[in-house]
Design a protein around this ligand. Structure first.
Ligand SMILES: *[C@@H]1O[C@H](CO)[C@@H](O)[C@H](O)[C@H]1NC(C)=O
Ligand SMILES: *[C@@H]1O[C@H](CO)[C@@H](O)[C@H](O)[C@H]1NC(C)=O
Ligand SMILES: *[C@@H]1O[C@H](CO)[C@@H](O)[C@H](O)[C@H]1NC(C)=O
Ligand SMILES: *[C@@H]1O[C@H](CO)[C@@H](O)[C@H](O)[C@H]1NC(C)=O
Ligand SMILES: *[C@@H]1O[C@H](CO)[C@@H](O)[C@H](O)[C@H]1NC(C)=O
Ligand SMILES: *[C@@H]1O[C@H](CO)[C@@H](O)[C@H](O)[C@H]1NC(C)=O
Ligand SMILES: *[C@@H]1O[C@H](CO)[C@@H](O)[C@H](O)[C@H]1NC(C)=O
Ligand SMILES: *[C@@H]1O[C@H](CO)[C@@H](O)[C@H](O)[C@H]1NC(C)=O
Ligand SMILES: *[C@@H]1O[C@H](CO)[C@@H](O)[C@H](O)[C@H]1NC(C)=O
Length: 471
């Protein structure tokens, strides 16, 4: 294991930003030519973090030594409801300057703008746990992008309408993940989570692309959910510059599916525990000594009629068409041309964009759901346990773009099945809130939450989230 990064951690505060950038390409150039061609520009680049190259993808059969989320020595009973502090509303916001400028062309205010030296580290438990979660995510992406290329041949990709150049782009995405994992490891220091072994639900290229599209969506959304809450603005800056790359990956996987590339006006954010709930089931085991996480695993939520191109006609009909809870990847029979959830009209592989904006779903659509009860062992070494602090299931929360909307849940007699109706709300006029690859969860009540306090929904989550492919 390369722990030069311990050095990197302190160095990060002193060296230019470039010292945090990946050197993978430079390193390859160096090793492939032993001559003096090894460019001088690669000399100062720090190494990428090492990781196992190929672990088996099979589910974990053992029993866990440790169970449950990481906890502190003292745990409170809940976040009290607060109020708006007066200082929040005193700035006149009238287009004029109200304070002396500290320098020419420099308005007063801002955080980290007064000449203090930035230190790119974690500054609280919140920072560490959020960044560690993001690192778990980068590690699975690195493995996932390589796994699809290993498991499916060029021929398989071709049959799904994808070229060898498309494969090369996925291979490059894996390299990007090496860089992201290195960056976050350098920020976290010696106990930064290591790469684990994973288990995936897909059986063919279409399901693989759908899974990757959905996994990158919750990776992206999981980071947007906490970025602005980090104590470390320095870490937030570097993470922003990583997650925007991941957002591009997500968009490209949509294009690989023939979906309209970005039907939404705003990208959604979700709480850390939502991202961890979606991620953990795909981690089979982690190495001994692995740093554990504080986040909650909610009971799994399955969509029984996930919107997809395969569900033409009345897509409200019950289909049992997903291969996994949580991500709710659409099942595609081998040899089928149709993409996992491609937009109607473009079901033959990749498109840059399409004029066919016929949505995959519609307001008024009946959505059938099935969920688990708490107490299931999930995640690495089956060592986390699903929990919920919520009471009776009553609503479905639709978390999309900037909005959280609740619809009533009709629970069937069984108690863990039910249905709801897709809502008809807009963010701004002309922009339906429920669109793109978004999130739903079952809740016991309908608290008002907005993008900056969304995590206050957590005590009300009965099950989920599930990824809903609205468009
Ligand atoms: C800059 O702001 C920080 C945080 O408010 C403060 O701790 C520091 O003393 C200020 N001044 C300088 C020159 O760093
Ligand atoms: C689909 O084909 C792959 C090989 O490309 C195979 O591993 C998998 O089991 C097949 N899935 C089904 C459902 O037949
Ligand atoms: C998880 O299981 C693997 C494989 O059995 C084992 O090598 C590893 O030490 C376990 N990890 C932890 C954190 O207990
Ligand atoms: C679709 O089917 C559901 C029952 O599965 C029915 O309630 C609904 O009215 C149908 N919608 C349309 C548009 O046909
Ligand atoms: C749904 O599909 C899964 C696997 O495809 C199968 O095991 C299960 O029995 C099906 N359930 C229903 C209610 O059709
Ligand atoms: C999603 O956005 C597209 C493009 O604006 C639009 O055509 C479509 O109707 C929207 N989908 C839904 C479910 O509203
Ligand atoms: C309800 O039905 C689901 C799916 O068939 C099943 O997994 C679950 O155990 C049932 N729950 C109860 C409380 O009977
Ligand atoms: C959706 O979010 C926007 C932007 O925050 C807000 O103005 C609007 O009122 C919200 N709509 C609903 C239905 O909550
Ligand atoms: C979340 O913030 C909104 C304002 O954006 C506020 O109206 C709401 O009460 C807050 N929710 C909770 C649960 O505190």
């Amino acid at each position: 294991m390369i722990w030069k990064s311990i050095f990197g951690l302190s160095a990060l505060g002193l060296l230019p930003l470039a010292s945090a950038l990946p050197n993978d390409i430079a390193a390859r150039a160096t090793s492939s030519s032993s001559s003096s061609a090894a460019s001088s520009s690669s000399v100062s680049a720090p190494p990428t973090r090492s990781h196992p190259s190929s672990l088996a993808h099979s589910s974990y059969k053992g029993t866990a030594l440790t169970t449950g989320a990481l906890t502190a020595s003292s745990v409170g009973t809940g976040i009290p409801s607060g109020s708006v502090s007066p200082a929040e509303t005193t700035y006149p916001s009238d287009g004029k300057l109200h304070n002396a400028e500290p320098a020419p062309y420099v308005p007063a205010g801002g955080v980290g703008t007064n000449g203090s030296i930035p230190v790119y580290n974690a500054k609280s438990d919140f920072d560490y746990e959020s960044l560690a979660l993001a690192l778990y995510q980068e590690w699975i992406e690195l493995d996932l992008f390589q796994d699809g290329l290993r498991r499916f041949s060029e021929q398989d990709f071709k049959a799904a309408g994808l070229t060898s150049q498309d494969r090369n782009l996925i291979a490059f995405m894996a390299e990007q993940e090496v860089g992201h994992a290195t960056l976050i490891s350098n920020i976290l220091g010696a106990e930064a989570p290591q790469q684990c072994a994973y288990v995936y639900p897909y059986t063919n290229v279409q399901e693989y692309i759908d899974f990757a599209q959905k996994l990158t969506r919750f990776g992206e959304a999981g980071v947007y959910g906490f970025l602005a809450h980090l104590d470390s603005r320095e870490a937030a800056t570097l993470l922003t510059q990583s997650i925007t790359t991941e957002a591009r990956q997500q968009l490209i996987f949509r294009q690989f599916q023939g979906l309209f590339p970005m039907p939404e006006w705003f990208e959604v954010g979700i709480p850390q525990s939502w991202a961890w709930t979606l991620l953990a089931p795909y981690i089979s085991w982690c190495p001994q000594g692995q740093t554990r996480l504080v986040w909650q695993n909610f009971p799994a939520l399955k969509i029984l009629n996930q919107p997809s191109v395969g569900s033409s006609g009345n897509s409200s009909a019950f289909q049992n068409n997903t291969i996994s809870s949580g991500t709710n990847v659409v099942k595609v029979p081998n040899g089928s041309k149709a993409s996992g959830s491609g937009s109607s009209g473009s079901d033959c592989g990749a498109t840059v964009t399409t004029d066919d904006t016929t949505p995959l779903s519609f307001a008024g659509r009946q959505v059938a759901l099935q969920w688990e009860t708490p107490g299931k062992a999930v995640g690495p070494n089956n060592s986390y346990v699903t929990t919920s602090q919520a009471k009776t299931a009553k609503y479905v929360a639709w978390v999309s773009q900037l909005n959280v909307t609740y619809t009533p849940l009709r629970v069937s007699s069984n108690g863990t099945r039910g249905y709801t109706i897709q809502p008809d709300t807009e963010v701004y006029e002309g922009n339906p809130a429920v669109n793109g690859t978004m999130f739903i969860a079952i809740t016991d009540s309908n608290p008002v939450v907005t993008p900056f306090n969304l995590s206050l929904i957590n005590p009300h989550v009965v099950a989920g989230p599930a990824i809903y492919q609205a468009g």
